[in-house]
Design a protein. Structure first.
Length: 173
């Protein structure tokens, strides 16, 4: 691991930067510990949405969850975990006493953009009244992807970013 600050930071400097900078290093970094906590929160949200769709579909959770996920993922992709991503704020807050693990921001931004696209897909499927199976399939993928990130620390979007665009720094960390 490269020599990064062991200090956990709630806000980036400048505040709306996508990640944190470190002296002597190029590129922005995001705290992987907070990112994984955020993924865990989104995993719980996707699981609850699936359960509600299966057992109480009349509650229509996607009409509420879809916009939340779209905003949350878009804000994270554009401005980092804090201060505009609601799940990023909570994920960061609950990991403040844990040591940070700084990772490159670009792959995470790419992954969060894909997450926003999946949110849009869910909402469009719902608004166009697609069969429930289609919606459940996308939600199932969201569940698996957030579980992989939260539990195993494997970000499929980051992996895909490295395959498509290359990321030498990703292999070093």
């Amino acid at each position: 691991m490269m020599a990064h600050s062991d200090k956990h930071r709630f806000l980036t400097s400048p505040v709306l930067a996508t990640g944190q900078t470190f002296e002597g290093e190029s590129g922005l970094r995001v705290n992987e510990t907070a990112t994984r906590a955020r993924a865990g929160l989104l995993n719980i949200l996707s699981m609850l949405t699936i359960f509600i769709l299966l057992w109480q579909p009349e509650l229509d959770p996607v009409i509420y969850v879809g916009p939340y996920v779209i905003v949350d993922m878009t804000m994270a992709a554009l401005f980092g975990l804090t201060p505009l991503s609601p799940s990023g704020l909570v994920g960061t807050a609950i990991t403040m006493k844990l040591p940070p693990l700084w990772k490159p921001a670009k792959p995470k931004q790419f992954a969060w953009t894909l997450g926003a696209i999946m949110g849009v897909t869910c909402l469009v499927f719902r608004l166009l009244d697609f069969p429930a199976g289609w919606l459940l399939a996308v939600l199932g993928i969201c569940f698996v992807l957030t579980w992989l990130e939260a539990v195993l620390g494997f970000c499929v979007g980051c992996w895909l970013h490295a395959k498509l665009f290359g990321c030498e720094i990703c292999r070093l960390n």
